[in-house]
Design a protein around this ligand. Structure first.
Ligand code: G6P
Ligand code: ZN
Length: 543
């Protein structure tokens, strides 16, 4: 075997977005396309000699081919070692965990998260740095600049590695170790949560359903829930990762995980339901006939965190993205710890976690996590809930209802208008911006506007400023409407309208969500002119 230098020309548009470079599989299948990007990553990093790289993906179509290419390129760049998940599989949280545990220089995650997979679906690649978190914008921008001027890449002509067999082999001077995809991650979970208590819970007949959605978390959930914690076989459904996710949309929300929601609504429903997404970093929590919003999940975990051994010492702070409901802020206040409000995007939590300012983080988009790694973590949230259920002996509904009785309830819903014409969506936002100055003090329905602004964030650690992160209309009683354009959509624009009503009185804690929010839905239409701009009378997705 030998190292080849291959001439190439640049491809336009290799700029990583919020979560790496995501394109159609067919785009990644073009000769040199992946190689150009990976060479640009290695060029940006500089000298990789003596360093360790972590590599794995969510198992979607094209995963194995891409892994083999990257292994041969890593070897051509003098890495001492590459840790690659068995079968090319590593969930996003597992990559973060393995990077941190083994002191790697960084890692490459092959995933397009919850975007559809298969030959006609999406593929993606993302670089994570030594703290285990996504590369910051300075790094991704440098990678992009490099892709624009690339002329050649280096790759070994070695034969493919057997990814199914655990153990080490060599390409050039680089040691390639195929690692158990689950082991390091499971060991970390065991340190954070009371596995004995959870084992006793399952031993006592507690029933659960985990929907792996034919994506990456199936093997993790099987090994940990059914293997280590003794949950009965069959607890994990859709547990085998498929290259096309079985044709489904691996994004856990009540719309996409309809099978799980139907199961949990039945009279003989299990005690607890959960689901995760394509690359295993999102989570959805469901009780028997009872859905938990991600915002409430964060607040409940925060309020009860000390039941879990990993959080016994208490929390340093709680961070949430701006559109996430303010339920967690009330918990932070009661605990006497800081609450942080960041723009949408998990990367904004990285500095707070590294600086020891926050312990738990969460987003309305079904993401929850902590300082144990630097990505959001689906199965971690599920284990946290199991620990809480085991420690309290209560049901999901009881825990959440008692939480509301103590802190008040933040009714919450997100209305998405997908594939709206980009110009119309931008104009809707622009017209809202013009109105902002006049909104404060105005009566809207039964509400009085406390303040309205375009959310701007100054990072308390590095002082960087992020502007225009979403329009907030905040009412005097704590209710809110937020308008924001999605940063991850692939077709036209997606308008997200986030609705939140704060209700202190327990008499009103059990209304149907959309009914409870109806007055705010009318105000959102009145102020935003949604139907006029988008031509849509109703949202495409309501969660
Ligand atoms: C990704 C990010 C999240 C973000 C979500 C939705 O999953 O990691 O941090 O909340 O996308 O973003 P969007 O811009 O589509 O609302
Ligand atoms: Zn994901």
């Amino acid at each position: 075997m030998s190292i080849q230098t291959v001439s190439t020309t640049s491809f336009p548009g290799q700029r990583p977005g919020t979560s790496g470079l995501r394109k159609k599989v067919t785009v990644f299948q073009q000769p040199h396309y992946l190689e150009n990007f990976v060479q640009s990553v290695f060029d940006t990093l500089g000298d990789c000699a003596g360093k360790t790289l972590v590599l794995g993906g969510d198992g979607r179509f094209h995963n194995r081919e891409a892994v083999q290419t990257i292994l041969r390129m890593a070897a051509a760049h003098g890495y001492a070692k590459v840790l690659v998940g068995q079968g090319g599989i590593l969930s996003t949280p597992a990559v973060s965990c393995v990077i941190r545990k083994h002191g790697a220089l960084g890692g490459i995650v092959l995933s397009a998260s919850h975007n559809p997979g298969g030959a006609d679906g999406d593929f993606g690649i993302k670089y994570n740095i030594a703290n285990g978190g996504p590369a910051p914008e300075g790094v991704t921008e440098a990678i992009y600049q490099r892709t624009e001027s690339i002329k050649e890449y280096r790759i070994s002509d070695a034969a493919a590695i057997d990814l199914n067999r655990l153990g080490t082999s060599r390409i050039e001077q680089t040691e390639i170790e195929v690692i158990d995809s689950v082991a390091d991650y499971a060991e970390l979970m065991q340190k954070l949560f009371d596995f004995d208590a959870i084992r006793a819970l399952f031993g006592g007949g507690f029933r659960m359903c985990f929907d792996g959605m034919h994506a990456v978390s199936g093997p993790y959930a099987k090994a940990i829930l059914e293997g280590m914690l003794g949950a009965p076989a069959g607890t994990v459904i859709n547990g085998v990762p498929l290259e096309d996710f079985g044709g489904h949309h691996p994004d856990p929300n009540p719309v996409n995980a309809a099978e799980l929601i139907a199961l949990m609504a039945a009279d003989d429903a299990p005690d607890f339901g959960a689901a995760s997404d394509g690359d295993g970093d999102r989570n959805m929590i469901v009780g028997r006939k009872f859905d938990v919003t991600p915002s409430d999940s964060l607040a409940v975990l925060a309020a009860n965190a000390t039941v879990a051994p990993g959080y016994r010492a208490g929390l340093k702070g709680i961070a949430r993205s701006m559109p996430t409901s303010r339920a967690a802020d009330r918990v932070a206040e009661a605990l006497g710890i800081p609450a942080f409000e960041t723009p949408t995007g998990w990367k904004f939590f990285g500095n707070l976690l590294d600086a020891g300012k926050a312990t738990l983080c969460g987003e309305e988009s079904y993401g929850t996590g902590s300082d144990h790694i630097r990505e959001k973590d689906g199965l971690w949230a599920v284990l946290f809930w199991l620990n809480l259920l085991a420690a309290s002996g209560k049901s999901v509904e009881q825990l959440v209802s008692e939480h509301w009785a103590r802190f008040g309830r933040n009714y919450y819903s997100r209305h998405d208008y997908e594939a709206v014409e980009s110009d119309a969506a931008n104009e809707l936002m622009a017209s809202l911006r013009i109105k902002l100055a006049t909104l404060a003090g105005q009566d809207l329905g039964n509400y009085v506007v406390d303040f309205a602004d375009d959310f701007e964030y100054t990072d308390p650690v590095d002082g960087s400023v992020s502007k225009q992160q979403g329009i907030r209309i905040v009412m005097s009683n704590g209710s809110r409407i937020v308008f924001r354009l999605s940063g991850t959509g692939t077709e036209g624009a997606t308008l997200r309208v986030y609705l939140e009503r704060y209700e202190a009185d327990p008499t009103y804690h059990h209304l149907p969500t959309q009914q409870a929010l109806y007055p705010l839905i009318l105000i959102a239409e009145q102020v935003g002119g949604i139907t006029g701009w988008t031509g849509r009378a109703h949202p495409t997705v309501t969660t």
